[in-house]
Design a protein around this ligand. Structure first.
Ligand SMILES: N[C@@H](CCC(=O)N[C@@H](CS)C(=O)NCC(=O)O)C(=O)O
Length: 475
């Protein structure tokens, strides 16, 4: 709907408009987008932005109620729109702090904010018009979720996010992480450097259980979190604590015995296996035939334990499957393994096959056999496919967003396994004295990073087999 041309209200008219709005007597037809902006500016001339938000949240709801618009999940007050416009109007006001209210409003009504659809320049439509955005603040960018396909903590977080109906690439940006080369964005958000991590605007959630709760508090259609008595909830929490504490402790020392210095000859790892089995036995005894840990339906505890029990089994499936006394637990695990929920979070789009490429890193595509030879020789002297550093004078690099096209131009005919993606840390390149310059490609003029000199091997954070960014191996 087209808005009427910007009205040139006098200072007194602005006061009158705001007063009528506050009193709930402003006729609905006059509550235009321009009137919203006028009221926002007027309110910000009296209150701090925080106080203005609190005040307007309450006044807009009251005005809607007084003029026959219900405040529901689908109509009336919209928290995200209100907050977004208020923030933008506050920024406008700060830029024109020397102007009287009336003139500041004239400029505001001639700015891009006069378009009621202005938020759609930064928000995907579906996101802005979601129930969540109407109910509470939803930032323009979707939350970023750092995950690792095989990590049991990340698996349980993904199970809850998926159960809450969130869709990767729509409701959140999934960034698959290599634990050997964690992206700087992850470490800045959460210096402890574990996955999973969910970054939602200013909010950083870096514990898997907290991610699960965040997801299920938004939407819990299977009742994993809700509908349990206090005693049941407490039992569930005790099970999760037992899993995350002693069970995980013994599982790691059995599964990754060499990493923990244990012996593989029936010594210490076996002791840890026995301890873990004792816990599994207790869980198994809780299960009625066809039942779940807290009773007749799955709860947060079932989902939180599932990836760890699965991991225990995977460490030695034959022995797990033959273990006496675990029949109910095996049946419980089998139901998850045969069901769609777990399968859905172990594959794209929930579990990418290749790590996310941080825009903060630089990249070089190498032929895998040349990279292997260079590692043995201790120096890499290729510029690009079929050309040496000596011939070209520099090593061709790409930025993250250029990689797919570079691959398409020069390496597309090769089997993905024949191509290795070198991930380079610009900080380490600089520390090693390497010179990287952005220079135009001869034909297109597009700027590419060029490394003038040898590649310092210490700056190579990772060497990943090439995989197209979206999708799996084509052959
Ligand atoms: N308590 C954390 C534990 C997460 C955790 O330890 N994740 C492992 C991967 S399964 C990790 O990120 N380890 C860091 C590393 O290996 O560098 C949670 O529940 O999220």
């Amino acid at each position: 709907m087209a808005e009427p041309p910007a009205p040139l209200w006098s200072a007194a008219e602005i006061e009158a408009l705001a007063a009528a709005f506050e009193a709930g007597t402003l006729p609905r037809a006059q509550w235009t987008h321009a009137a919203h902006l006028a009221v926002a500016l007027w309110t910000l001339s009296r209150l701090s932005p925080e106080a203005a938000l609190t005040h307007l949240r309450q006044r807009i709801r009251a005005y809607n109620a007084a003029t026959g618009t219900a405040n529901t999940d689908h109509s009336g007050y919209h928290e995200t729109l209100t907050r977004w416009f208020l923030q933008a109007v506050a920024e406008h006001r700060a830029r024109h702090v020397d102007l009287p209210l009336q003139q500041s409003l004239v400029r505001l009504l001639r700015s891009p904010l006069a378009d009621p659809a202005a938020p759609l320049r930064v928000y995907p439509r579906q996101r802005l018009w979601s129930v969540q955005a109407r109910r509470g603040w939803v930032p323009p960018e979707p939350p970023v979720f750092y995950s690792f396909r095989r990590c049991p903590y990340a698996i349980r977080a993904r199970l809850a996010l998926a159960a809450a109906g969130l869709v990767p690439a729509v409701d959140l940006e999934l960034r698959e992480v290599s634990l050997q080369a964690k992206p700087p964005e992850l470490l800045e958000a959460s210096p402890k450097g574990t996955v999973p991590v969910l970054v939602n605007g200013d909010q950083v959630i870096d514990e898997s259980l907290a991610v699960m709760r965040w997801a299920l508090e938004r939407h819990d259609p299977r009742g994993w979190l809700r509908g349990w008595s206090a005693a049941e909830t407490a039992s569930g929490e005790a099970l999760i604590a037992e899993n995350d504490g002693p069970f995980k402790h013994h599982l790691d020392r059995f599964k990754y015995a060499s990493r923990f210095g244990g012996r593989d000859d029936g010594g210490e790892p076996e002791g840890h296996r026995a301890e873990a089995l004792a816990i599994l036995g207790c869980w198994s005894r809780l299960l009625e035939p066809g039942g779940w840990l807290l009773g007749g339906r799955p709860s947060l505890a079932d989902v939180a334990l599932l990836p760890f029990v699965r991991q225990f089994r995977l460490a030695d499936p034959g022995r797990f499957d033959a273990e006496p006394g675990l029949e109910p637990l095996r049946a419980w695990l089998e139901r998850f393994l045969a069901g769609p929920e777990l399968a859905a979070v172990l594959d794209p789009p929930w579990a990418a096959r290749s790590p996310w490429r941080s825009p903060r890193w630089l990249y070089h595509l190498a032929l895998s056999h040349e990279w292997q030879a260079a590692r043995r020789a201790g120096s890499y002297r290729r510029s690009t496919r079929g050309r040496s550093l000596e011939e070209v004078g520099f090593i061709h690099l790409s930025q993250a967003h250029q990689l797919e096209a570079t691959h398409g131009r020069y390496y597309a005919d090769l089997d993905p396994g024949a191509v290795t993606l070198l991930v380079l840390d610009p900080g380490r390149l600089a520390a090693a004295g390497a010179v990287v310059r952005l220079e135009p490609a001869p034909e297109s003029g597009e700027l590419f990073p060029h490394l003038h000199g040898l590649l310092p091997l210490a700056a190579v954070l990772a060497a990943w087999p090439w995989r197209p960014e979206h999708g799996e191996r084509r052959s």
